[in-house]
Write a protein that binds this ligand. Structure first.
Ligand code: HEC
Length: 486
């Protein structure tokens, strides 16, 4: 198992898990805040509702029956003031164990309350400032770090039945109240620890689920990677086996090939020695150097000499071809003058052309005068094509040798004749070794079937190409390209 991949997967899953935990933590905070706000609003609504109800239903009725509402109601046969009762209720709620507290304060406190409740801290001052301007909007703050509590303040606004008492009551510090005035601030304090504790429990469960899922994910990915690994190992093995098989086959083929060219080279060498003797001695006999012989014998000696020469050509061709095929043919390239080469090649065909009354013309269209090639091989190629053209041309035919520049820095050399042409289906076989075309015209002529294969060898060894354009019955044109520079 790749060490790096493992670390990568681990980091990936860990960061996903951490991201989810952070997200859940934020979610938890939001849940805590919104539920605390919800509780605070419920409390303040309930307190206000209670006080309003007490004011309209109890205080009003009690006063009709001659009972006064006073803050010191206990010894005076009186009932408590609405605010007094509200403060008492807030205290009771605080003592009941829910942890929530309620308090009431204002900048116009009654004389006996001056010291305790009013504006002890920043929050109460801010709350008054905000609420006296905008009584409809509750003012609150979360104190999560120190006290873990929500402080929630709403405006205590005067209504008609509040105003009538406040403006007339002997204890009231101010007597010009109007309905709608903000008389004081009702603050509810909701402790957050209980809510946090319950959500913390949920958070723990969620984190455990994340961790378990992450571990499962990591294990799953590791298993997948392992499987992939064994699979690719098997594949690698199979490829190795196949590669070594191919290599062995290649070695076999190479061995067979080199055995073939060794054989051909040896054979040609072995054949050439006696053949040279046959050619030499038949030549001498023909010339009568060993003493006078009859004309008939001279003719036979001439035939032996011709056949010997032909055989030597064939052997040389076979040897050359096998060298090219084995990649052992070394070219000795130099700059060759094109018109000169053409002239030197055409000399060979003067006699034959005369015999068949052929017209051989040249068409030097190219501007480049030299090409870069192995002189002997290039001449061999050209002579091969020319001798084919001469062979297959009818008596009185036309042969054209032309050169032309191409765009890619090569020179194109072509040999065309007006002979019988080549069938289209035969063209692909043309440049293959040991393939003589099965045409009645061609059968008359002898050959190894190697001539054109050798031409292809030579052209390609120079980096050139060879191809043929032919019209059956009208003639053929063999074209090859040679480089103009090294
Ligand atoms: C029967 C007369 C009476 C009625 C009705 C009445 N109050 Fe009061 N209120 C008083 C008196 C007297 C006090 C001072 C005693 C105290 O602070 O406990 C007082 C105290 C308060 C205080 C506390 C001020 C402080 O900081 O000490 C607030 C706020 C208040 N009243 C608002 C109201 C509102 C709002 C209403 C109407 C829903 C109302 N009162 C109805 C007589 C009345």
């Amino acid at each position: 198992m790749n060490y790096r991949a493992l670390i990568f997967i681990f980091i990936l899953f860990s960061s996903i898990a951490i991201g989810m935990v952070v997200h859940t933590k934020n979610l938890q905070e939001n849940v805590v805040k919104s539920s605390a706000l919800h509780y605070a609003k419920l409390y303040s609504d309930a307190l206000e509702e209670f006080r309003d109800l007490y004011t309209s239903e109890v205080v009003a009725v009690a006063e009709e029956h001659g009972l006064q509402a006073r803050h010191d109601y206990l010894n005076k046969k009186a009932i408590p003031l609405p605010a007094t009762l509200s403060i008492l209720l807030g205290k009771r709620i605080g003592e009941s164990g829910s942890g929530a507290t309620a308090s009431l304060y204002s900048p116009y406190p009654f004389p006996w309350r001056k010291k305790d409740e009013s504006f002890k801290d920043e929050f109460s001052k801010e709350a008054w400032a905000k609420l006296s301007k905008n009584p409809k909007e509750p003012y609150f703050k979360f104190d999560i770090k120190n006290n873990k509590a929500l402080r929630y303040a709403v405006a205590d606004q005067m209504r008609d039945d509040c105003v009538s008492c406040h403006n007339n009551h002997p204890d009231s510090p101010r007597t010009n109240w109007k309905a709608g005035d903000v008389r004081g601030v009702l603050e509810i304090k909701i402790p957050l620890d209980k809510i946090i504790a319950t959500t913390n429990n949920d958070l723990k469960k969620t984190i455990i689920i994340y961790v378990v899922l992450s571990i499962l994910g990591i294990v799953g990915v590791i298993i997948m990677i392992k499987k992939q690994k064994t699979y690719s190992k098997e594949l690698e093995k199979a490829i190795k086996i196949r590669t070594s098989q191919l290599e062995q086959e290649k070695i076999k083929v190479e061995r067979a090939n080199s055995a073939k060219s060794d054989f051909l080279a040896n054979m040609s060498h072995e054949l050439r020695t006696p053949l040279n003797a046959i050619i030499g001695f038949s030549e001498m006999m023909k010339m009568g150097l060993g003493g006078e012989i009859s004309d008939k014998h001279k003719e036979y000696a001439g035939d032996i000499n011709d056949s010997g020469n032909h055989l030597l050509d064939l052997i040389n061709e076979i040897l050359d071809h096998s060298k090219f095929e084995a990649g052992e043919m070394k070219l000795q390239c130099e700059d060759i003058n094109l018109p000169g080469l053409i002239e030197r090649s055409l000399i060979f065909f003067k006699e034959k052309a005369m015999k068949k009354q052929l017209t051989i013309s040249t068409d030097i269209e190219s501007k480049t005068e030299t090409c870069y090639a192995d002189d002997m091989r290039l001449k061999q190629l050209l002579i091969n094509l020319l001798s084919n053209a001469v062979k297959f041309s009818p008596d009185g035919g036309f042969i054209t040798l032309a050169t032309r520049d191409t765009e890619n820095g090569m020179v194109e050399i072509s040999v065309s004749d007006n002979g019988c042409g080549i069938k289209e289906e035969d063209i692909p076989k043309l440049f293959k070794s040991f393939k003589q075309l099965d045409s009645s015209n061609m059968k008359k002529e002898q050959g190894t079937g190697l001539g054109l294969a050798l031409c292809k060898n030579i052209a390609e060894a120079h980096g050139g190409k060879i191809w043929v354009e032919s019209d059956l019955g009208k003639g053929s044109k063999f074209i090859f390209t040679m480089p103009t520079k090294s």
